[in-house]
Design a binder for this molecule. Structure first.
Ligand code: ZN
Length: 495
């Protein structure tokens, strides 16, 4: 590998040179979505962050096995201990099979990822398809003395583990803080200690998603799936485990404890976490009414959105911030991202049309300098906003050349095309002609139909029935439903 890449490791709290355990092979595991609802902006960020890492590692020559799971067993409220499985609850309310709900939202998640040009992972294991592996993990932890059975459920014995290892090393907490900050009150019921977490839960009679086990008919605790599936597909020791910062505690902390308690040592070398997205300075949450899903962004159908935003605008918006900084969503910020992306794509389009000249004053050195700076930014913990700023610098020069105020040599042009192509499209994953995106096209398309209906109203006002009927008939033949009322006409496209 010609590039030395620094990545920030949450575990050691510093940037470290990335050295895979088994180069050129790299194992990477990222926590995927829970499929009981549409993905929102908060899901787009880890998907795009780790897509960038996946693309970049491959770009510099690594062979990456990227595993991203689908959580289809369902999380329960409060750290997987109490309450109803959210997938099962949705299934009950909508009279569907739980797996129908999970498949529906998995498909929609894939659609949103494809639209944002997020590459599919190498393996996408489902938690429900790996119950045996999770039971095996629980057995090992019990055998090693770090878990106990209680009333058909199995809990991880945090206090016992902490006597030998450090529970809290990833999140920088100690056990006393964790106990004092626990939401649960003194009565801990089945658990020895309120900090203990479930490895296996006995199912309540009404619980639909359940599997047999040596302990009870039940289901695995939330944290088990990633440890069990990461190990199955990437081995006992692998390079990268990623996810959103909200997963550091308890999810990833518990994963570390489970790995150490079962196999005796750490499983993961680099823990990487993206920061969160706020909406107008507030945390996203259903109760705050600012929980905007990706399909809502793409169609503009949420009251907080002034318009539709294309998947590429969302991608560009996320990449304009470093993955470890917070990002605040607002319509203004997204519209600025949209304009920025358009400017970059305009420069790319202008670059295609430039005719080089042998005596041009801009030579290959210009593109090489942009390339060097882009690599430097990517190697510095994936600093995509800096990469984007270098591409904007290139865009400025491209515009000067396009205006014929400077000239570029044939070698210079060839190199500039190659550098732009590999960073903007290959590594940042933007899509060519992203400026003329679907959202924009749909908006224009809708306006054209409105315009035709205005023509028809005018024809009707003039009692020109031939024209008015012709417009209606032609639109209906194209699949539009036209409704006339006292206030005018409205339309809808039948799929
Ligand atoms: Zn996970």
């Amino acid at each position: 590998m010609t590039q030395t890449i620094y990545l920030y490791n949450t575990l050691t709290r510093q940037k470290e040179i990335f050295k895979p355990l088994n180069a050129p092979h790299v194992g990477m595991y990222v926590c995927g979505p829970t499929v009981y609802g549409d993905a929102h902006l908060g899901h787009a960020r880890p998907a795009i962050t780790f897509d960038i890492l996946f693309r970049y590692l491959q770009h510099v020559g690594y062979k990456v096995r990227y595993v991203r799971n689908i959580t289809d067993v369902g999380h329960l409220e409060h750290d997987a201990d109490e309450g109803e499985d959210k997938i099962a609850k949705k299934a009950r309310l909508e009279e569907l099979e739980p797996m129908e709900v999970a498949q529906y939202y998995t498909n929609r998640f894939h659609d949103a990822m494809r639209a944002m040009n997020v590459l599919p992972p190498s393996i996408e294991p489902h938690a429900s398809g790996h119950i045996m592996e999770q039971e095996q993990l629980v057995k090992e932890i019990i055998e090693n003395g770090f878990a106990y059975e209680s009333n058909g459920s199995v809990y991880f014995d945090v206090e016992k583990y902490n006597q030998k290892h450090h529970y809290g090393k990833l999140s920088g907490r100690n056990l006393n803080d964790i106990i004092n900050n626990s939401r649960e009150l003194a009565g801990v019921g089945e658990k020895k200690n309120q900090a203990d977490f479930a490895l296996w839960k006995k199912a309540q009679p009404e619980h639909i998603m359940r599997w047999p086990s040596p302990w009870s008919d039940g289901f695995p605790g939330w944290h088990c799936e990633c440890t069990a599936m990461g190990r199955k597909y990437l081995g006992n020791h692998f390079d990268i485990h990623g996810g959103g910062m909200d997963l550091v505690f308890p999810h990833h902390e518990c994963e570390i404890a489970q790995a150490v308690a079962s196999q005796g040592d750490d499983m993961v070398h680099y823990w990487i976490h993206n920061n969160m997205i706020t909406i107008n300075g507030q945390k996203m949450g259903k109760s705050l009414g600012n929980f905007i899903t990706l399909p809502e962004f793409f169609s503009g159908s949420h009251e907080k959105l002034e318009k539709a935003y294309s998947p590429m605008t969302i991608r560009f918006f996320i990449l304009q911030a470093h993955y470890r900084s917070t990002v605040d969503f607002s319509n203004d910020a997204l519209q600025a991202a949209e304009k920025g992306l358009e400017r970059l794509m305009d420069a790319w389009n202008a670059l295609q049309k430039i005719v080089p000249s042998k005596d041009g004053n801009i030579d290959v050195g210009f593109a090489e300098e942009i390339e060097r700076k882009c690599y430097e930014a990517m190697n510095d913990d994936l600093n995509t906003p800096i990469v984007i700023s270098h591409l904007f610098d290139a865009a400025k020069t491209i515009n000067i050349i396009a205006d014929k105020k400077a000239g570029i040599t044939p070698e210079g042009l060839e190199k500039l095309l190659a550098v732009f192509d590999s960073f903007a499209f290959g590594i940042l994953g933007l899509m060519k002609n992203a400026g003329t995106d679907n959202a924009g096209r749909e908006e224009v398309f809708g306006k054209v139909v409105d315009m035709l209906l205005e023509q028809r109203s005018r024809a009707k006002a003039m009692k020109d029935w031939t024209t008015s009927d012709a417009i209606r008939d032609r639109l209906m033949a194209l699949g539009f439903d036209i409704k006339d009322s006292k206030d005018g006409s409205s339309w809808k496209l039948n799929k």
